[in-house]
Ligand binder design. Structure first.
Ligand SMILES: Cc1cc2nc3c(=O)[nH]c(=O)nc-3n(C[C@H](O)[C@H](O)[C@H](O)COP(=O)(O)OP(=O)(O)OC[C@H]3O[C@@H](n4cnc5c(N)ncnc54)[C@H](O)[C@@H]3O)c2cc1C
Length: 421
């Protein structure tokens, strides 16, 4: 049995125990601090909690009275069990903790002394997330305010940043970072029926690019392919890339709870994006690093964020200047790693894809993942998934872990988020 010496807040809690404690608690971390009402501490021995080898081990945690209930709920959710519970002689040295399950793990690391006092953070807890405020039968009609290319000279294809004014809706169409909206393009299909909606990941934060709280932006690549010697343009993506400011557009949603950001200001976030899969990542990074967003949300990200971006050419990189700027301004909190397939070579001399970058940094990626505060987000074309899976399988194997087992556990712990299309 692994014994759990050490008191919450005294810095003696072994790393593996902290990882174990938080590893199962995933996202929706409340950062609200409440004063502990009961000073009792308990040594609780549990089985079947955490991920990988942690899950098979029996471990002892030191938890406060107020954290017990959360632990019981988490055990029930994960199918683990409590084998012993004895009062601990160690009394808590500090007051002020969170009642949330996640904070049991987070509680092992006291918040930095420099943590600013702030209003309650805007919560993204699943229940509070808006969905389907507007449905296809009764869409909101928004107005295009801008539509411009995101690509530099020499890039391949067309990718535009398009913003819609959402003012005046009843209800107001609002959303949070990580959600998508539907667009119903004008016109009719081959059967004379209205076109069906297409989903697009939202690329702006809930406040919109202008922080006015009533706009939404998208990042849209025009679909083009060859068929029988003819170039076919995708219906909706071409409609959007061609649309003029002032035009009216039918909008549905918002939808999606898969890609929500954790509320924890000290979370670590690994982002794997290709092409327009950058849209949700842009919202996270703006929320984390734009001073106006930080101020407006009272949410001051202090964790680590690492963006892996896959692109065919440098000219095709999206929002690259913003991300370079964040890296310069927040070097301790943000890393930005690019895989430019047609310009860079992987170690075998082939094209450098995002999975090659994942393999290159697998040791570090896995040490991040071992930290229960780490969440991984993947977004882009569906074709990126097998390559990432392969890279993660090899990286896990190098650590004696089985990725096929680990991934569902991370998913269940709401720390592995995928949206591919
Ligand atoms: C959750 C989600 C989020 C999304 N986010 C974004 C986003 O942020 N940005 C973005 O640009 N897109 C995004 N998409 C994709 C988007 O919804 C549309 O699918 C895309 O824009 C193409 O729609 P379209 O109307 O232009 O193409 P359509 O006219 O609908 O054509 C698509 C169809 O063309 C056919 N086709 C496509 N390629 C070929 C080919 N090479 N050869 C033969 N046939 C082919 C297929 O039958 C395909 O179904 C997202 C999708 C989902 C599900």
């Amino acid at each position: 049995m692994v014994s759990g010496a050490g008191r919450r807040g005294d810095g003696n809690v072994p790393y593996d125990q902290r990882a174990f404690a938080g590893g199962c608690f995933g996202m929706r971390v409340s950062t609200g601090r409440v004063v502990e009402s009961d000073g009792r501490m308990f040594n609780v021995t549990v089985q079947g909690l955490g991920i990988g080898r942690q899950r098979r081990a029996e471990r002892t945690l030191v938890v406060s009275y107020s954290q017990l209930q959360s632990l019981v709920q988490t055990l029930a959710r994960q199918g683990g069990r409590m084998t012993a519970m004895i009062p601990s002689e160690a009394a808590p040295a500090v007051t002020g903790s969170s009642d949330s399950p996640a904070s049991i793990g987070a509680g092992a690391d006291p918040a930095p002394q420099s943590a600013p006092s702030k209003p309650a953070p805007v919560s993204s807890s699943h229940a509070a997330v808006p969905v389907n405020l507007y449905k296809p039968k009764n869409p909101f009609v928004g107005t295009v305010t801008e539509n411009y290319s995101l690509l530099a000279e020499g890039a391949i294809g067309r990718v535009n940043h398009i913003t819609f004014d959402l003012a005046g809706g009843d209800p107001q169409l609002h959303y949070v970072e990580g959600q998508s909206i539907g667009i119903i393009p004008d016109g009719e299909d081959a059967n004379g029926k209205s076109h069906k909606l297409r989903l697009y990941s939202i690329a702006s934060t809930r406040h919109g690019d202008n922080l006015a709280d009533h706009t939404v932006s998208l990042c849209v690549r025009q679909l083009q392919y060859e068929k029988d010697g003819e170039t076919i343009n995708g219906v909706c993506s071409t409609f959007l890339c061609d649309i003029e400011p002032g035009s009216k557009v039918k909008i549905t949603g918002p939808v999606g709870k898969e890609m929500l950001l954790p509320d924890d200001e000290e979370a670590n976030v690994i982002m794997l994006a290709t092409g327009t899969g950058i849209a949700p990542m842009r919202t996270y990074l703006r929320r984390m690093f734009e001073p106006t967003e930080r101020e407006k949300n009272g949410w001051h990200f202090r964790g680590k964020a690492w963006l892996f971006m896959g692109s065919p050419t440098t000219a095709n990189l999206l929002y690259d200047n913003d991300f370079n700027h964040y890296q310069a301004e927040f070097p301790d909190n943000f890393r930005y790693t690019k895989a430019i397939s047609r310009e860079q070579q992987n170690p075998s001399g082939g094209r450098m894809y995002i999975q090659d970058r994942v393999s290159e940094h697998s040791e570090e990626i896995f040490s991040w993942i071992e930290d229960p505060k780490t969440h991984v987000y993947m977004c882009g074309l569906r074709g990126m998934e097998p390559g990432i899976d392969e890279a993660m399988t090899a990286a896990a194997a190098a650590k004696g872990l089985n990725w096929a087992e680990l991934r569902p556990q991370l998913k269940k712990a709401e720390r592995w988020h995928v949206e591919t299309y």
